[in-house]
Design a protein around this ligand. Structure first.
Ligand code: AMP
Length: 283
């Protein structure tokens, strides 16, 4: 497995393998791998001749007062895990390689970022869309794999690929969870033992919502109130949002009439956790 740090070397590597007729699958990450990341790697590897994992903590998707400088990192462990998953390359550039002096272009979506995480993280999806566009141009993959844990991000990427005519197949992988239901996240290491227990409020409340919707509850306000109560019944929790929305447009719904995305962002202590589930009342 090669560790590549420059844009030029990455582009040359991709061009060389593609001239040989070999396909490339990309898994973009910010590192500190867990089973969620490793699952994406397995999916990409199964679909392509080569797996390329990018590992870049992208500064432009962090707002002020977010955890950019504290973001957990263990490069040697990550390189080992990517190699075990059969990666051909880990692309791990420095910040200046991706954003050299004078950088001034950004990719912005008009409406998807106006929902869910975009409300309290106004710069986030512009940063994601810009860096992913750059990664697509640098790595030139046939396939790119993202996790449904970041549901809104997945929708943003699908939309930008469509809008900007990237010839890349976007694949979404299901959320990988700890045995007790907590969605895996690099940020879970920030949780104290008490906060870790309260992290379960997210998956528990999604189960509650699913049960209620399948029993016939359609009123989004009632569902939101019950989910909110369950979450606030745990210590250390503060709600950023509890939203029921259309899984495609992410626009809020008042009534559940078909598949609905229940999406949550909860601060547990100082750690912001997200989780979601698409619930189909007909199933
Ligand atoms: P990150 O390193 O947190 O930026 O995540 C990199 C990729 O891994 C994104 O596509 C995430 O959606 C995905 N991912 C993170 N956590 C999970 C999880 N628990 N299950 C599935 N995919 C995940």
């Amino acid at each position: 497995m090669k560790v590549i740090k420059t844009v030029e070397e990455m582009q040359n590597w991709s061009e060389t393998v593609q001239l040989r007729g070999e396909t490339v699958g990309l898994v973009p990450t910010m590192g500190y791998f867990h089973q969620g990341h490793l699952g994406l790697m397995e999916t990409a590897k199964a679909m392509c001749d080569h797996l390329v994992v990018s590992l870049f903590v992208n500064p432009t998707q962090f707002g002020e007062n977010e955890d950019l400088d504290a973001y957990p990192m263990d490069l040697d462990r990550d390189f080992k895990l990517a190699e075990e998953k059969g990666a051909s390359v880990v692309f791990a550039p420095q910040r200046e390689e991706i954003y050299p002096a004078g950088f001034q272009t950004s990719v912005a979506l008009a409406s998807l970022p106006l929902h869910l995480c975009g409300l309290n993280r106004p710069v986030h999806f512009g940063g994601v869309a810009t860096v992913v566009t750059k990664l697509f141009n640098i790595v030139r993959p046939e396939v790119a794999v993202f996790g449904a844990k970041d549901f809104q991000q997945l929708q943003v990427i699908r939309q930008l690929v469509k809008d900007l005519n990237f010839n890349i197949r976007i694949v979404g992988n299901p959320i990988v969870r700890e045995a007790d239901g907590l969605a895996m996240s690099s940020r879970n290491v920030y949780l104290s033992p008490g906060e870790r227990a309260s992290g379960l409020s997210l998956s528990r409340s999604l189960e509650l919502a699913e049960g209620l919707i399948k029993e016939g509850e359609k009123d989004a306000a009632i569902l939101r109130a019950k989910v909110t109560d369950l979450i606030l019944g745990f210590d250390h929790t503060a709600i950023d949002y509890v939203t029921l929305c259309d899984p495609e447009t992410l626009a809020d719904v008042d009534h559940v009439t078909g598949p609905v995305l229940v999406a949550l962002a909860v601060k547990v202590g100082t750690t912001r956790l997200i989780d979601n589930r698409v619930i189909d009342p007909a199933q």
